[in-house]
Design a binder for this molecule. Sequence first.
Ligand code: ZN
Length: 266
Amino acid sequence: MSRIDRRGFLQVLGGAAASAGLAPFNSAWALEARAAIPARPVIVVDAGHGGIDPGTIGRTGTYEKDVVLSTALELAHQLEAGKRFKVYMSRTDDTFVPLGERVARARAHDADLFLSVHADALPEAHLRGASVFTLSEKASDKEAAALAERENNSDRIAGINFGTQDPEVNEILFDLTRRQTNNQSIRLAQQLVVELGHRVKLLNHTHRSAAFVVLKAPDIPSALVEIGCLSNLQEERALREASYQRTIATTLARSVNDYFDVTAKG
Ligand code: ZN
């Protein structure tokens, strides 16, 4: 079986056994599903934008691509220092990486988790705070749809169109896998909201969903964090500071650890 077949199938069966109220040990499938979480999970940290794509531009000219890269580098550094995970980044410098390529790289690394780091811009300059997104074809609100549209524009900016390569799997299995992944992504988002909420300001609608291309790996739990609003002067200033980036990175690293603590308990 290909990776998506096998792992997805095991996870789905494990999940089905759990929701049917079966004790995990009654099911060899569930045992295998639990074993599917490797001893050293692979985390892909994705710094949004890069190269010719600056992302959003702050009130005083701060580029999203720069602040998210330094924050993502710090996050990768902290995760590596914990020695619990294998960590990869979709970019480590100011280069352009198409959205489809980011997902393809995560899958090539056999990622167990994909975390995309972005910064927001809102029409209302007084609004500030972080927020977390998971994938949904139907956006949770109008602003979420507009944001996904903006973030998805990256590939059009570069004139590159990466089509998704549909894996050759049974359609039903694929749907089940995707549903399971979506549940895990929501759990990740909840951990992110909790940890961010302890340390930084959050937007009112903290966890939202929209059709972000970069969250579309059907078999990798994924979330996108907007670490703050570059459209707010105060937050733009904070986002440029190494100490604030470190605080954000620490909360994101904690969320990843929380997620695997909960997952390991099954
Ligand atoms: Zn962005």
